[in-house]
Ligand binder design. Structure first.
Ligand code: HEM
Length: 130
């Protein structure tokens, strides 16, 4: 199966699993004080909805959609904006993969590998604007 199809199906199962986005942010915030510091003034309920679409944009980009949305994320997360240092994306990916492992009951090793490739392709675009 194509990587992007694996990821779409896995993401569908994750979104249908109660608490997926709560558990992701719990894991991400726990990963570093540098992450927690960025979200001190954030409405996390709204943030979880934004992330739901943000992950979908990464997947759609890997499926061939233009990079417009990711370049806009790159601008908002850049040095002049939210100032998200590139190494924080590694923590983001690890927290997400860990949460996927907890919520996708049908996850195969090949799905995890597919997730990694798909996420990194889009994250490279975001980081390029830093
Ligand atoms: C805001 C997605 C990585 C911190 C946002 C928003 C989206 C988003 C859609 C709201 C719209 C915007 O501001 O542009 C993503 C995606 C990521 C990612 C898809 C991974 C590829 C990160 C990382 C951090 C981070 C690594 C590091 C801590 C923030 C902060 C906000 C934000 C602080 C603003 C929150 C607020 O409004 O208070 N992100 N993000 N993001 N993101 Fe990210």
């Amino acid at each position: 199966m194509k990587d992007t199809n694996r990821v779409m199906q896995s993401y569908g199962r994750c979104c249908a699993s109660a608490g997926f986005f709560d558990d992701f942010y719990a894991a991400f915030l726990a990963s570093s004080p540098a992450v927690r510091e960025k979200f001190v003034r954030t409405d996390m309920t709204a943030q979880k909805q934004l992330l739901r679409a943000g992950i979908l944009n990464l997947v759609l980009f890997a499926r061939g959609m233009p990079d417009t949305k990711l370049r806009a994320l790159g601008q908002s997360h850049s040095r002049a904006g939210l100032d998200i240092r590139p190494e924080l994306y590694d923590l983001w990916v690890e927290a997400l993969l860990k949460t996927i492992g907890q919520h996708d009951r049908q996850l195969e090793q090949a799905d995890l590998q597919a997730w990694r490739l798909v996420l990194n392709k889009g994250i490279d675009v975001i980081k390029a604007s830093y």
